[in-house]
Structure formats: structure tokens, C-alpha cells
Design a protein around this ligand. Structure first.
Ligand SMILES: O=P(O)(O)O[C@H]1[C@H](O)[C@@H](O)[C@H](O)[C@@H](O)[C@@H]1O
Ligand SMILES: [Mg+2]
Ligand SMILES: [Mg+2]
Length: 280
């Protein structure tokens, strides 16, 4: 049966590739680092230009579609998911990596309809890996099918996580205690690529059993969440309930056994939701 969202997905792949070229071109030149929510929440002109490139090109082709873009939200746009077709964009996932030329940087584009992610595209542009997933039709990297790891023993797992961009001491304490709990299970290792989207693609590829983080935003994980689930993985909230992409918390794992084991070790905390009303 024809896929009603195929042309949108084709466009997402094409524009992510174009955006990736822009990111690669700017890697050595863009040293204009600005900050957002904290001194370590970085943004560059390239983040802003890439988001504009993506939004402009989508608007020309699909004028009725809506957008949630990281840099547009930072500039004051609202972050509400409606039932309308919505492009959820992180122009550079891994801006800190980009600034330091640490070689994991992604363009992440999720597309949701009726609040459900229909397709996800993550372009790991320095590795030239194009990860894609279409709901119900599998996940792929450069056209090759992805499958999560079959490991069910947490002691033989690699777990990915990040420290995020908050330096609030209470939040940092929670993050460290969770990390300590997981390290001391013990697990084979803890890793972090510096980008939520690539961490999730590593789970989808079977290279890591799980990824969890508190503090991410919907644009960090919208595309990656579908890539993980279409590769056979599971998504949970850090308290073990259903994942809520606006809640800023996520566990993405190869299977429920690993996901639930990790949930037991996480000291959860709550942050302001992405869709909280804007403060005037
Ligand atoms: O801000 P970018 O680089 O789009 O996204 C990153 C978050 O800032 C950081 O807090 C988080 O740890 C990382 O996983 C995410 O990709
Ligand atoms: Mg991001
Ligand atoms: Mg970003």
C-alpha cells in the first residue's frame, strides 16, 4: 500500500543530508559560541542556520506542516505537539561536540502526526551514517536493516548516558548516584557519544544495550525513539512507566528486561516539561 508520508520522509532524508554538508563545512570555522539555559548549554550560528535551512525547505514543499525546532523554541516559539503533521528538529544534536570537533554530531528530524512519531531521520554527519525509521516498517542505517542486541544480562551490557547541560548540584548528585548504581552492578561499560540521537542509534544498531538520560528535550529523542523501537527495542520512562517525549526523561533499551533493570537503578527527578506554558 502506498505510504501517505513517503514524500515527507524522502524530503527529510534529503534535507538532513544537505544540513549535514553545512555542518561539516562549518566544523572548522564556526567559533561563535553562545549560551542558552546555562553556561554549558551551547549554541552556534550553524545551529541556527541549519534549522532555518530545514524549516524553509520543508515549508516550501509542505506549507501546512508545523514545526518544533530547538533553536526556534530557544527564540521564544511554543513547543506544543498537536495532532497536525509536525517536524521535530534538532539541527545539531551534539553542539558541544561540534564546537570541539569531537567527532559525533547529528542532524535529527522526527515527524509526528496525531502525536505519534511516523518517521525518524538521524544523520550522523561526520560518520556519514543515515539512520532512518518508518513506523511499522523497520529501521535502517544507510539502507541496511538495524536490529538491537539480544543480550538480556545487564552484567554484560554497555549502557550509554550523558551528564546533560545542567550544573545544578542537586541534579548532578542524582545523575552521579544513578551512574554509580549502574556502574557497580557491574555493567561491562558506560559510554556516551555526546549526542542523544547517536546514543539511541547505537542502541538500535546493537552496539549498546541501553541509553538513558534525564534532561533531554523532545527534539533530542523524537527521531531516535522510533529508530530504537523499529529496530526491536523498547522505550520507558525512567520510573518504568510509558515514555512521554515531552517529559525530558527516557530509557531506550534493546529489550524490556534490560530497560526495567536500569529503571531500578536510576534516581529519578522531574524537570519542567517541554510543553509547559511559556512564562510571560
Ligand atoms: O543541545 P544539543 O547538542 O542539541 O543536545 C544535547 C543536549 O544539549 C545535552 O544536554 C544532552 O546531554 C545530549 O544528550 C543532547 O544530545
Ligand atoms: Mg540535541
Ligand atoms: Mg541541538
Amino acid at each position: 500500500m502506498a505510504d501517505v508520508w513517503q514524500s515527507s520522509m524522502d524530503h527529510a532524508v534529503a534535507v538532513a543530508r544537505k544540513a549535514g554538508e553545512m555542518v561539516r563545512g562549518a566544523l572548522k570555522d564556526d567559533r561563535t559560541v553562545m549560551t542558552k539555559s546555562s553556561a554549558v548549554d551551547l549554541v552556534t550560528q550553524t545551529d541556527q542556520k541549519v534549522e532555518q535551512l530545514i524549516i524553509q525547505s520543508v515549508k516550501e514543499k509542505f506549507p501546512t506542516h508545523r514545526f518544533i525546532g530547538e533553536e526556534s523554541v530557544a527564540a521564544g516559539e511554543s513547543c506544543n505537539l498537536t495532532d497536525d503533521p509536525t517536524w521535530i528538529i534538532d539541527p545539531i544534536d551534539g553542539t558541544t561536540n561540534f564546537v570541539h570537533a569531537f567527532p559525533f554530531v547529528a542532524v535529527s528530524i522526527g515527524f509526528s502526526v496525531n502525536k505519534q512519531v511516523e518517521f525518524g531521520v538521524v544523520y550522523s554527519c561526520l560518520e556519514d551514517k543515515m539512520f532512518t525509521a518508518r513506523r511499522g516498517r523497520g529501521a535502517f542505517c544507510n539502507g541496511e536493516p538495524l536490529q538491537v542486541s539480544e543480550q538480556t544480562d545487564i552484567h554484560q551490557a554497555i549502557v550509554a548516558t550523558e551528564f546533560g547541560s545542567s550544573r545544578d548540584p542537586t541534579a548532578v548528585d542524582h545523575i552521579f548516584r544513578s551512574l554509580r548504581n549502574i556502574l557497580c552492578l557491574p555493567v561491562h561499560g558506560v559510554r556516551g557519544a555526546g549526542t542523544a540521537a547517536i546514543n539511541m542509534c547505537l542502541v538500535a544498531s546493537g552496539c549498546a544495550e541501553a541509553y538513558y538520560e534525564i534532561g533531554i528535550h523532545v527534539w533530542d529523542v523524537a527521531a531516535g525513539s522510533l529508530i530504537v523501537s523499529e529496530a526491536g527495542g523498547v522505550l520507558l520512562d525512567v520510573d518504568g512507566g510509558d515514555v512521554d517525549l515531552m517529559s525530558r526523561r527516557i530509557v531506550a533499551a534493546n529489550n524490556r528486561t534490560i530497560a526495567e533493570r536500569i529503571v531500578k537503578e536510576i534516581e529519578s527527578f522531574t524537570l519542567q516539561r517541554d510543553d509547559a506554558p511559556l512564562q510571560s
